[in-house]
Design a protein around this ligand. Structure first.
Ligand code: UT7
Length: 310
């Protein structure tokens, strides 16, 4: 039995905050932000929209896209480091709102790699025949833990949600291989105290090395090579980090998903949001080989190789 993506959805807040808007708040410039990160603007949720609201909107779309009803969902995994409150989990909050009364629901904390962790967990439950339909959501409201006076972090992050229903797909399709990893010795480089604290250079070095390694590892595990990759969906943290991964795979530029310019770094939601955009634009087709790869605070990382289609 193969687990794969059978429904997808995303939600982005309407409010756009441009680099020029940030120039008025911190000592930065549009030019610095663009050239160092690739970010032009990001979405910021209003006070009345918390993490669970964004998760709900994305989840509703993914369930509809999978042609299922909420009662068909057996498992809800929400990847987030910005839950509405420490408990109950965001997963339980949206279970109630969706009416997914048959689901087991919990959150996973793996920062920007969280969606990869969630998808791999879902795969285990589907392929062991424990559950039939798993809803995995990456969602963050990073704006509420961002110090808007700290130019090292304020320019990087955005809010959003991306969701996928993972279920059984046909032979040869679905998640072919994965890699997950953690290195708690790097916890000091990226964490939340009251606000996000980051040693950008250390995270950058780790990310460049790990993103490339993980892509190569999942391809090897699937018995495939760089030349087989049709599309790369990297965590949208910084265009320079993403470019390093693309070059490791020797992929042409049009085969990598880029949304960091519009949404900034949305942590756990960046990979599923990018996936939805690529599907909506028709750039991903059935039987394409896709590599998704993420890294984040923890330190954590995760990648999958996936043959698209139901
Ligand atoms: O999802 C995981 C989350 N984290 C990441 O992915 C972060 C990974 N790291 C990065 O993306 C990059 O390290 C940054 C974008 C955070 C920083 O880029 P950098 O090329 O590593 O810059 P830097 O930290 O080496 O700083 C270069 C200069 C410094 O000035 P001096 O010391 O050379 O005078 C900084 O103070 O740029 C300055 N700087 C800024 N200037 C204008 C730092 N932030 C800003 C800013 N605007 N926002």
């Amino acid at each position: 039995m193969n687990a794969g993506f059978i429904g997808i959805g995303r939600y982005l807040p309407e409010r756009v905050v441009t680099n020029h808007d940030l120039e008025k708040i911190v000592d930065t410039s549009d030019e610095w932000i663009r050239t160092r990160t690739g970010i032009e603007e990001r979405r910021i949720a209003g006070d009345d929209v918390d993490t669970s609201h964004m998760a709900f909107f994305a989840a509703e779309k993914a369930i509809e896209n999978a042609n299922l009803s909420a009662e068909d969902i057996d498992l809800i995994i929400v990847a987030t480091v910005t839950p509405d409150q420490p408990f109950p989990s965001v997963a339980c909050l949206i279970q109630e709102r969706l009416g997914a009364k048959n689901a087991v629901a919990f959150d996973v904390s793996a920062a920007c790699a969280g969606f990869m962790y969630g998808v791999v967990m879902a795969k285990q439950f589907i392929e062991s025949n424990t559950y039939r339909h798993a809803l995995v959501i990456g969602v963050e409201k990073l704006s509420k833990v961002t110090d808007w006076n700290d130019r090292n972090t304020a320019v990087l992050f955005g809010d959003g949600a991306g969701a996928a229903v993972i279920g059984q797909v046909s032979e040869g399709r679905g998640i072919l291989s994965f890699e997950l990893g953690s290195d708690g010795t790097g916890a000091k480089h990226l964490y939340q105290d009251e606000y996000i604290i980051m040693n950008g250079r250390e995270v950058f070095k780790f990310a460049v090395r790990q993103m490339g390694d993980s892509c190569i590892n999942v391809l090897e595990k699937a018995g495939l090579g760089k030349e087989d990759v049709d599309f790369l969906i990297p965590h949208q943290a910084n265009i320079r980090i993403m470019e390093a991964a693309r070059q490791r795979l020797e992929l042409p530029i049009e085969k990598m998903s880029v949304t960091v310019d519009k949404y900034g770094n949305t942590s756990a939601s960046s990979i599923p949001i990018a996936l939805v955009e690529e599907l909506e634009s028709g750039r991903i087709k059935d039987d394409d080989l896709i590599v998704m790869v993420g890294f984040g605070g923890g330190l954590t990382w995760g990648a999958i190789a996936l043959r698209w289609g139901k």
